[in-house]
Design a protein around this ligand. Structure first.
Ligand code: SAH
Ligand code: MG
Length: 217
């Protein structure tokens, strides 16, 4: 039987999923266009990964969500759109330029009533945010070298049954052959998730890999 999981098929299948389930409206298009115009790095989640984040919101019945790494607010807009009216997304960003664009993005996407952007280094912001625990969903997508620390925070501050999700679990394949400290720390993160006594983990092989973990009782 042919290997259905070769790279070629996987990319094609991601496109297939996107075609079936993913639709970006003008707000999402505006965010990506603005990010490009303002020379932000093109490292946001893909539309189908945004859709996956929405599914995680619905599957966990999330009302209180934390996102680490806002950029232009693209993934935050996906999450915000999935939240109920009384839901809340705290999104953390240390780059003021990114934060400024993200605020406009949340306005455009019609989610600014549900989204609170917290500016500053995430590890610092998380210390304060811990006072508002527990959270239903925590999405990690900032500096890779801090992923292990973010995982610790998530395990500590999720409610039982809550979910942590982390983008770039595969590092474009470099978790199999490190080329940088970021690659090494991503591997350390995946291994810590696998070994965690507080979380049941897995990696969803879509896009660049979405690591997920559910908090145990
Ligand atoms: N989640 C976004 C992409 C985030 S890119 C999306 O999919 O649309 C990573 C972001 O994390 C960048 O904007 C970067 O400025 C921010 N970042 C990196 N290290 C950080 C830190 N220590 N604290 C807060 N933000 C950080
Ligand atoms: Mg990412």
């Amino acid at each position: 039987m042919a290997d259905v999981l070769n790279d070629f098929s996987r990319a094609k299948l991601d496109d297939y999923v996107a075609e079936l389930f993913v639709e970006e409206d003008d707000a999402f298009k505006w965010i990506q266009e603005e990010a490009k115009q303002q020379n932000l790095p093109a490292i946001s989640v893909r539309a189908y990964e945004g859709r996956l984040l929405q599914l995680l919101v619905w599957m966990t019945g999330a009302k209180k969500v934390v996102e680490i790494g806002t950029l232009a607010g693209y993934s935050g807009a996906w999450i915000g759109r999935a939240l109920p009216k009384d839901g809340k997304l705290y999104t953390l960003e240390m780059n003021p330029k990114h934060a400024g664009i993200a605020r406009q993005s949340f306005e455009r996407a019609g989610v600014s009533d549900r989204v609170e952007l917290i500016e500053g280094p995430a590890l610092q912001s998380l210390q304060t945010l811990a006072h508002s625990h527990p959270f239903d969903l925590i999405f990690i997508d900032a500096d890779k070298t801090s992923y292990p620390a973010y995982l610790e925070w998530a395990a500590e501050n999720l409610r039982v049954g809550g979910t942590v999700a982390a983008h770039n679990a595969f590092r474009s394949g470099k978790v199999l052959a490190f080329e940088s400290e970021e690659d090494r720390q991503m591997d350390a993160f995946n291994r810590a998730l696998a070994a965690s006594k507080r979380l049941e983990g897995f990696i969803l092989a879509i896009g660049d890999g979405m690591a997920v973990g559910v908090k145990k009782a």
